[in-house]
Design a protein around this ligand. Structure first.
Ligand code: HEC
Ligand code: HEC
Length: 178
């Protein structure tokens, strides 16, 4: 092989590597779902979710409820607990696709499996009603939840510093003293 041909082969291989890695980076090549290998597309969706659903309370980790529960929440936006929410139709559809794809019945996280196992066929509208979530907090006295530093049972971040990343390990939980 003369030098020019060798150079041409090296060039073609280099171009192929760049194209393949580049498309994987842009999320064109399907990647494993969050949280193991977040793609750029995933980060964009997660940002949309935080913006639409993280202003009044924590943008709850999708793995805390099954897909059917998220669909119930998103299809009843005008009766969002005590609030009336409205979202553009395409935003609502984007959020539904995102939450469904990472819901307890799709996620590979241990917590997702524990949530799902505890539910049977129930589709609660609240994370605080999930049997597993109630069970892990049984050791907390009722007075604890009433402390001013805690905005109720749904205020996960008050005691779990990693709540926004879906991290709830008991070793890291810290209850505000007041
Ligand atoms: C305008 C404020 C507001 C926005 C925006 C908002 N919520 Fe809520 N959300 C609330 C209120 C108020 C509650 C009830 C809190 C309570 O009863 O303690 C709630 C409760 C929830 C709960 C139940 C929490 C529990 O108790 O287990 C879920 C799930 C939830 N919201 C999901 C969402 C999603 C998904 C979005 C985005 C589409 C969203 N929220 C946007 C105000 C909001
Ligand atoms: C008042 C503080 C407080 C709030 C609010 C709270 N937690 Fe916890 N959570 C704890 C404590 C403390 C533990 C550890 C309990 C134990 O060791 O018996 C715990 C344990 C857990 C565990 C089990 C962790 C493990 O290592 O097995 C999960 C999951 C969890 N919480 C999720 C949540 C979610 C989701 C929310 C919000 C919907 C929430 N928590 C709100 C204090 C809180």
């Amino acid at each position: 092989m003369d030098a020019t041909r060798l150079f041409r082969v090296i060039l073609i291989v280099a171009i192929l590597v760049v194209v393949l890695c580049g498309s994987a980076f842009l999320g064109i090549v399907p990647q494993q779902a969050w949280p193991d290998q977040p793609s750029v597309a995933h980060h964009r969706l997660a940002a949309t979710y935080r913006e639409a659903c993280g202003s009044c309370h924590l943008a709850y980790s999708p793995a805390l409820l099954p897909a059917a529960s998220w669909q119930l929440v998103l299809r009843r936006l005008p009766e969002h607990y005590t609030q009336c929410l409205s979202l553009a139709d395409d935003t609502r559809q984007t959020l539904e696709a995102y939450l469904t794809a990472h819901a307890a019945d799709r996620s590979t996280q241990d917590l997702a499996r524990e949530v799902l196992d505890s539910l049977g066929r129930a589709w609660p509208k609240r994370i605080t009603e999930v049997a597993h979530i109630r069970r892990v907090h049984q050791t907390l006295a009722p007075e604890t939840w009433a402390r001013p530093g805690i905005g109720g049972r749904g205020d996960c971040a008050a005691c779990h510093p990693g709540a926004q990343y879906g991290e709830f390990d008991r070793e890291n939980a810290a209850i505000p003293r007041s």
